[in-house]
Design a protein around this ligand. Sequence first.
Ligand code: C2E
Ligand code: MG
Ligand code: MG
Ligand code: MG
Length: 294
Amino acid sequence: RAKADGRARVVMYDEDMHHRASMRLETESQLARAISRDELRVFYQPIVDISTEETVGFEALVRWEHPDRGFISPTEFIPIAEQTGSIVAIGEWVLTEALRQVQAWRSQLAECHDLTIAVNLSARQLQDANFVQVVSDIITRSGIDASAVHLEITESMVINNLDLASATLSGLRGLGVRLSLDDFGTGWSSLTYLKQLPVQTIKIDRSFIDGLGGKDPQAPAFVNAIVSLARALEMDVVAEGIETREQLSELRRLGGSLAQGYLWSRPRPPKEIPGWLAEEKMRTVRLADLRAVS
Ligand code: C2E
Ligand code: MG
Ligand code: MG
Ligand code: MG
């Protein structure tokens, strides 16, 4: 009896593994076709100047609108795309779409001529010998100022091949784009990479921001240290994941200057952005009026 049970369990385990493996294969091949089937979407999350709470730019965040499964998060499909290599085509598509879109807003919307656009890169893209040329062509075709383009990297992306990655990053800097070190503080040797890589912006990881507002007594010290470091290195610093007014006021007290988070907006589809910017203009003008009279 025990033997029979054991066998049944083995069979079930097998079937489960088999099911997952074939699901995975199906996802991989569907992902490879996602671009040509027009299933990828770029959402935009505002990055604000914390002194005025005005939007200075956006981060582009990709989503996969699957015909049966609905919206799939990048945390689910980007790792698969990285393993199969389809990240190279996806990354190129996201960059092309985001630069085109933001340049359209810059040229069409009043008071939005300086909007910046941040796009996440993957390790595989940096290893491509043509990558600098690819980025250069996309910038030229979009018509955007290279200085408005911020490319986000993480230390885990460069860990395996620091020399090659550094060379590519220097090439990108040569185009005039800005480089940001994303998820700062979550890796093993953030300071080493900060020292070695030609980055102009540090993005403080959400895990540090989460502790602000009394939740973690050590969090302010970490945020303060990162902000001071950025300032001393003459880099910009963006706090990721601001969700509450308490976190915002603590960040202000600690000297932060830029932030993004659900407090202002979740990543939104592009059609919502012009209306959202117009509303924000009214809000911030009113805020400035209030400050002027008080
Ligand atoms: P990331 O680059 O660190 O992006 C920030 C993530 O934090 C986004 O998740 C964003 O929606 C989320 N976030 C922003 N504010 C808040 C907040 O206040 N609270 C909370 N809880 N979350 C917040 P998302 O869009 O799911 O993206 C996850 C990750 O997927 C990104 O992390 C990035 O590493 C990767 N990713 C997204 N788009 C791309 C892409 O086009 N290419 C590549 N290579 N990776 C991408
Ligand atoms: Mg990012
Ligand atoms: Mg991040
Ligand atoms: Mg990340």
